[in-house]
Structures are given as structure tokens and as C-alpha cells.
Design a protein around this ligand. Structure first.
Ligand code: SF4
Ligand code: F3S
Length: 107
């Protein structure tokens, strides 16, 4: 099993999650973070840290978010590790909860 960053992270990218991960499995892209499923130890700590509720366990993935399982695995291999919180985008709050953000995912 692994934890998965889902759609609502896109353009919010608060990065609170990275501070609590004991095994540094978050990887940073331009406007989204990805969890490496090969590194995640299912400790659950990050799930409650995300202000955008954008992290769930693989077992709890809603059906419309299944695509993010593959995306996390793929993007985590391409992007560098992030272990320190950084400022969120200035308009992060306005994007929290917006539907259909997958089209804005930058690689
Ligand atoms: Fe890291 Fe634990 Fe979250 Fe997995 S569940 S990404 S190990 S904090
Ligand atoms: Fe994204 Fe939430 Fe982390 S918005 S960067 S998963 S704290």
C-alpha cells in the first residue's frame, strides 16, 4: 500500500506534508507534489497535515482519483525530493476545492 497525493493538491501545494514524512518520499513538481510508492511506509502522518485534504491512502482513493495512483508513481521518479516546507503559491486558497484541476498539472 501507499499514500497518494490527489487532485486538490494541484495549484495549492501547501507543502505542510513534507515536514512530517519520516522517509522523505515527497517529490516536488511545478504545482503538485507526488509520493513515491516505493518509499512510502504507510505511517499515515501526512494525511492529516494537508490543509487541502489532498492525501489519502491507496485503499481510500475515490474512483475518480484512481489516476493519481499511477501519476504519483510516475512523477515521483522524475521530480526532486522536497523535505522542507516552502511558501504556497499566493493564490493557493482560491484553488482549494476547485473541481477538474488535472488539466492544470504541470510537469
Ligand atoms: Fe511519508 Fe508516511 Fe505520508 Fe507515506 S504515509 S508519504 S511515509 S508521511
Ligand atoms: Fe499538496 Fe497538501 Fe502537501 S496541498 S503539497 S499534499 S500539504
Amino acid at each position: 500500500m501507499t499514500f497518494v497525493v490527489i487532485e486538490n493538491c494541484i495549484k495549492c501545494k501547501y507543502t505542510d506534508c513534507v515536514e512530517v514524512c519520516p522517509v522523505d518520499c515527497f517529490h516536488e513538481g511545478p504545482n503538485f507534489l507526488a509520493i513515491d510508492p516505493d518509499e512510502c511506509i504507510d505511517c499515515t502522518l501526512c494525511e492529516s497535515e494537508c490543509p487541502a485534504k489532498a492525501i489519502v491512502s491507496e485503499d481510500d482513493l475515490p474512483s475518480d482519483q484512481r489516476v493519481f495512483l499511477k501519476l504519483n508513481a510516475e512523477l515521483a521518479k522524475l521530480w526532486p525530493t522536497l523535505t522542507r516546507k516552502k511558501p504556497a503559491p499566493p493564490d493557493a486558497e482560491t484553488w482549494d476545492g476547485v473541481a477538474d484541476k488535472l488539466k492544470y498539472l504541470e510537469r
